[in-house]
Ligand binder design. Structure first.
Ligand code: PEP
Length: 251
């Protein structure tokens, strides 16, 4: 049975005080939620304080990126070990904004995924096509390339610790959400890829989130799809009300 996972990607928003304020509200509004895994991914600077605020709650902590080396002369980078020591359980890897603005490739994503798992973090690996790729009928090719190469060399056990986020780039931050049929079609395709690579047990257990303009008014129909196991939420995770409604929309 796959447990629904709703994760909030706060991107480059929220100071430390604002972050603690937001999780203080979320702790109250989500206190009764059972059966759904809830994760917040604040910017690096807020991780420790948010971790403190979340101790003993049903909300977990994630980061938005990591480096694959344990330590070294990599100015500005943050290692998985550091994220772990700040209280993270999850880390988003390969978000399209990192692929687009920071030269993230399948190869670097793959190194980060392996480093995260080695350090005991659960990676949330983002895959998804751009608008022009969808229009050119290349959605499945792009998704296959992202899935196969970002996850290359992972064992079955590694895969079971990994969450995949299908995030069509044209839906991120645009207000244009994929239809439930579009989401289901790609999610089921991804599950088929996992089936071929890892067999049916792993394919059935691996969670595939949808991401891209998820809002309180569209979560219900997305989550009703057989292969949609949760959501990676950007804009709507920045307000306690909308994030809470999205989580509750999955009940
Ligand atoms: C995201 O940042 O992963 C995302 C899906 O953003 P939004 O919900 O704002 O489209």
């Amino acid at each position: 049975m796959r447990r629904i996972i709703i994760a909030g990607n706060w991107k480059m928003y929220k100071t430390i005080d604002e972050s603690v304020e937001l999780v203080t509200l979320l702790k109250r509004s989500l206190v009764d939620i059972e059966g759904i895994e809830i994760v917040v991914c604040p910017p690096f600077t807020s991780l420790s304080d948010v971790h403190e605020a979340l101790i003993g709650t049903n909300i977990k902590l994630g980061a938005q990126d990591c480096h694959w080396e344990k330590e070294g002369a990599f100015t500005g980078e943050v290692s998985c070990q550091m994220l772990k020591s700040a209280g993270c359980e999850y880390v988003i890897i390969g978000h399209s904004e990192r692929r687009q603005y920071f030269n993230e490739t399948n190869d670097t994503v793959n190194k980060k995924v392996k480093a995260a798992i080695k350090e005991g973090l659960r990676p949330i690996v983002c895959v998804g096509e751009k608008l022009e790729e969808r229009q050119a009928g290349r959605t499945f090719d792009v998704v296959k390339d992202h899935v196969e190469n970002s996850l290359a060399g992972l064992s079955k056990d590694d895969m079971l610790k990994t969450v995949i986020a299908y995030e069509p780039v044209w839906a991120i931050g645009t207000g244009v959400v994929a239809t439930k049929e579009q989401a289901q079609e790609v999610h089921s395709y991804i599950r088929g890829l996992l089936m071929k690579a890892y067999g049916s047990d792993v394919a059935k257990e691996t969670r595939i989130q949808y991401g891209g303009s998820v809002k309180p008014d569209n979560i219900r129909e997305l989550i009703s799809q057989e292969d949609v196991d949760g959501a990676l939420v950007g804009g709507a995770s920045l307000k306690a009300d909308s994030f809470t409604q999205i989580v509750k929309g999955c009940l």
